[in-house]
Design a protein around this ligand. Structure first.
Ligand code: ATP
Ligand code: ZN
Length: 501
């Protein structure tokens, strides 16, 4: 039969929300985003047209203390209420243990999709779903970056991350037979930053025929317009729910006849200076949206559960404790020192290692709260102690000396200082004495690095010589500030412990 009128379908999408279920502030831009506002934006369309899909391209987890504290339960509860149709499995869905992920999946009323993650030869997650949207059959399949095996070694060891292109080449022809429209919901990432041996969403579009739409995440890419590669529409919605993407389709005879894509700003504003009373003035980018109460009320309740703990003051700092992304991925900072020192203080180890990428924020001068510490250290890492010969320790430093600036793997050390020239380690001092190759040292690090995270395979190789203390790194830092530093930081050692020439 030939339909006289096209079916209109609107697909809303977000990605990399990382705990930002609540509205949040950025410099000169208060009250941005929030799932309750996104709900209003989607509901506005739903009131006009029932043919709406709402998709999340992965990384619900990790980034806001109120969410992290409750294992992203608030986010998932809100997404249930917003009738999310599906999420792609993101690499950060493996930040916490498998039990946590299984629990999240059990409370979610939407599937976690990934067609390329296997366990014991079988897909571990739901590979795809097929939805009937106003009589149109829409297939949605998930793909997860193969990089997850490297980025998240802790809780993904038993899983196989198959090549996304190969999996899609098998699956797409099968889906084409079952559905009118085929959507890849991918946590792959686009652009140069994600080059390497991992499939980008652009490559997927180029290599695999028959995908109508790729809705992507992972690279936090801000697009002004959709890309079209090999007849595939490719879109991504920046990060943290700052925008929600809206793809409008006109479908005729089961085919996309026309389409348009709009990135909708979620209460983003432009700062316009101060008025005569000293109040900041803003101009909204696009429309101002009110939050939907049915999402806001439960989220506010969840925030309250955490706030008593998070607002607890644990000390004060007179100086900025520097966790700026650029700084901790290219050199030493006082905050890196404080974290490594805290690990040694707690465990009595000789040497401490911490990855710069695990340090996610600075702490401004003033009162320090638990929220501050959890913002710096959101991953829930535990503290791992192991024995290593000097000859093994030097392998860690040699690896670090070869890292380009900007990598999350950038090494922060405690208990030792070292120098390198042209990528070669030239001097290593442990507690003021030259490192001895045959001596056995006690080394403390976080469980991420101990599992070989950020490429520290030489730590993973020594793992059996030690044990996970079970101490949560963030708690250890809190305790160190309270007891080790008596709650007051006048200044913290910022003499470089690593000098590179
Ligand atoms: P995306 O949200 O797109 O997945 P990402 O967190 O993967 O972003 P980056 O912001 O570049 O990307 O951070 C990656 C770095 O974060 C890693 O190189 C590592 O240093 C650090 N990291 C990631 N997961 C953990 C973890 N579980 N524990 C400690 N550090 C981690
Ligand atoms: Zn990601």
């Amino acid at each position: 039969t030939i339909s006289l009128f096209a079916t209109k379908i609107s697909i809303f999408h977000i990605n990399d929300t990382h705990g930002h279920a609540w509205a949040f502030s950025e410099y000169h831009n208060p009250n941005i985003g929030g799932f309750a506002v996104i709900a209003s934006i989607i509901d506005e369309e739903r009131a006009k047209n029932p043919n709406v899909l709402f998709l999340h391209a992965g990384d619900i987890n990790t980034g806001v203390p109120e969410s992290d504290l409750l294992n992203a339960l608030p986010d998932i509860f809100a997404l249930n209420r917003m009738k999310l149709d599906a999420v792609a499995v993101g690499n950060h869905e493996f930040d916490k243990s498998r039990d946590v992920l299984m629990y999240q999946m059990s409370i979610a009323k939407f599937p976690f999709l990934s067609a390329n993650i296997y366990k014991d030869g079988k897909p571990f997650f739901t590979p795809y779903i097929i939805k009937n949207v106003g009589g149109i059959k829409v297939a949605i399949f998930g793909l997860t970056t193969e990089e997850t095996a490297i980025l998240e070694p802790l809780f993904s060891k038993d899983l196989e991350f198959k090549n996304a292109v190969e999996v899609a080449k098998q699956l797409v022809p099968e889906l084409r037979k079952k559905a009118d429209i085929v959507i890849a919901l991918t946590h792959l990432g686009m652009g140069q930053a994600y080059e390497g041996n991992y499939t980008t969403s652009e490559e997927l579009a180029k290599e695999v025929n028959g995908i109508d739409i790729i809705i992507d995440g992972h690279s936090h890419t801000k697009l002004n317009e959709a890309k079209v590669i090999n007849n595939t529409i490719l879109i991504q919605a920046w990060e943290w729910g700052k925008i929600v993407g809206k793809l409008d389709l006109d479908v005729e005879n089961g085919k996309i006849k026309e389409w348009s894509w709009t990135p909708i700003p979620v209460n983003l504003k432009i700062y316009k200076g101060k008025d005569e009373n000293g109040n900041s003035m803003y101009e909204f980018v696009g429309k101002e949206y009110k939050p939907a109460e049915y999402v806001k009320v439960p989220l506010d309740y969840f925030a309250k559960i955490g706030s008593k703990k998070l607002d607890t003051v644990i000390g004060e700092t007179k100086v900025l404790l520097d966790g700026e992304r650029k700084h901790v991925r290219s050199g030493d900072t006082n905050l890196g020192h404080l974290i490594t020192d805290a690990m040694m203080w707690k465990t009595g180890a000789d040497i401490a290692f911490q990855n710069g990428g695990g340090i996610r924020a600075s702490i401004k001068p003033g009162k320090i709260t638990i929220r501050n510490i959890l913002t710096v250290l959101p991953f829930g890492n535990t503290v791992y102690v192991m024995k290593m010969k000097g000859s093994e320790v030097i392998k860690v430093l040699e690896y670090a000396a070869k890292l380009p600036e900007g990598k999350g793997a950038w090494l922060h050390v405690g208990g030792l200082t070292f120098k390198s020239e042209n990528g070669k380690v030239t001097e290593v001092m442990v507690n003021g004495k030259t490192l001895e190759m045959d001596k056995v040292y006690t080394v403390v690090t976080n469980n991420y690095m101990a599992s070989g995270g950020d490429g520290y395979s030489m730590l993973a190789e020594n793992k059996a010589s030690g044990y996970d203390t079970g101490f949560v790194l963030a708690d250890v830092v809190v305790e160190y500030i309270q007891k080790g530093l008596n709650g007051l930081i006048e200044k913290y050692d910022d003499t470089p412990r690593y000098i590179r020439k």
